[in-house]
Design a protein around this ligand. Sequence first.
Ligand code: 9J3
Length: 299
Amino acid sequence: MGPMSRISISTRHFARLLASVLLVLQSAQLVAQVPDREALGRPGPYQVAYYSQLPPQAEFSAATLYFPANKGGDFGGIVVAPGFIEKQENIAWWGNHLASHGWAVLTLDTNEPRDNPQIRAEALMAGVRLLIGENTRMGSAIRGKILADRMAVMGHSMGGGGTLLAANENSDALKAAIPFTPWLPDGDFGGVSVPTLVLAGEVDRIAAVADHAWPHYESLVNATPRMYLEIKGGNHFIANSMTENEGLNPNIDVHDLVGSMAVAWLKLFMDGEEDYRSAVFGAMPASDRERLSRWEFVE
Ligand code: 9J3
């Protein structure tokens, strides 16, 4: 073999190598693309499975665990509580939505439909312990797939008051809190030290923002970052499952908006994915900004 043929072989190898390098660079670029917040309001990349045969807890009754079936592991966990005389079905869409974006989500029924926010806070924390327990329980469908140090709480109305109380008392065990149209008179949450996203409805007649969501947000002096996102013309049910059945007038569906901000919030603060910072704090498209009556945050 003369020197020329040796060079031509190397050239062919080099061309192949170059092609692979370009391919890798191209996919790396795809991965590094800034996440589009609006896309986070649509179902995520994972198929959702769920089960409800779970170890019984004293602090709540029935529960459902949603999870991303085609994700290998590394699931953060989120527990969601319903409001006064509500059931899981009133908040179930969060289970599907958040699991499709990669997390294990536990929705629960309170023991009594009228349980107060403090009892809902205790139910939420029992839910966190249940999720962590599913990581080691024999027969758990998500055994070995949960990250115990990535837990968040959410809830509607009295469940939102419970969310804030849970975070107020247990910030060490949590990474984020997302109360939606929260209800708790004189709620004071200076003990919350995890990033907290408050979702509110401008014309909520059950938990008026002036007495609930807004002063709740203002009391979050140690929750940095924090955000208050108030839906223009939004009622008490803007972040519940069935906006058509549950809403008093006016009746609007903003699942895309509240769903996308919640996913961005959890990606950034629970999973620590800095790529999502601009989705959370960056300028909103006018079409979204116009749907808000108030938007304030401390980054
Ligand atoms: O959980 C909620 O929807 C709060 C509702 C409420 O008005 O409680 C008053 C007893």
